[in-house]
Design a protein around this ligand. Structure first.
Ligand SMILES: [Fe+2]
Length: 136
């Protein structure tokens, strides 16, 4: 598995605040990788997992807020991907409560795939739309 995801221009969705939020999430995910490698302290991992949950929900509300404001035609796809993500992560958190460290690697795999796929897929599709509305 890839151990680190470095944000680069290829991940840009063309809107500064959203790029910054994506970077913050990927940084935290990298922190989860390295902490997983160096500690088995459940509490250390729990802090990072909870940060990831907070950052993601802040990000989803910023993103959905902008798309709603400008009446983006495919807001429904964004909302449903975001809510599926939240269901998945809730499931991982329940398992983490019970199994701890053992479930973290699988969680990292899910998070890495999901964020890379979502940013480069669904999110990239609104770039031009928001830019055309004067949002950069
Ligand atoms: Fe999104």
């Amino acid at each position: 598995m890839k151990r680190e995801i470095i944000w680069n221009e290829a991940f840009s969705v063309g809107v500064k605040i959203l790029d910054q939020q994506h970077q913050k999430i990927l940084d935290e995910l990298n922190k989860l990788y390295s902490t997983f490698d160096t500690t088995s302290e459940k509490e250390d991992l729990a802090i990072i997992l909870n940060n990831l949950i907070d950052y993601a929900s802040q990000h989803f509300s910023t993103e959905e807020g902008l798309l709603e404001k400008y009446k983006y035609h495919d807001l429904i796809t964004q909302r449903s991907e975001h809510s599926l993500y939240q269901q998945k992560i809730n499931g991982f958190m329940q398992r983490f409560e019970a199994e701890g460290h053992a479930v973290v690697l699988e969680t990292i795999g899910f998070l890495a795939d999901w964020w890379m796929g979502h940013i480069q897929g669904c999110d990239k599709e609104y770039s031009r739309f928001l830019n055309n509305n004067g949002v950069f």
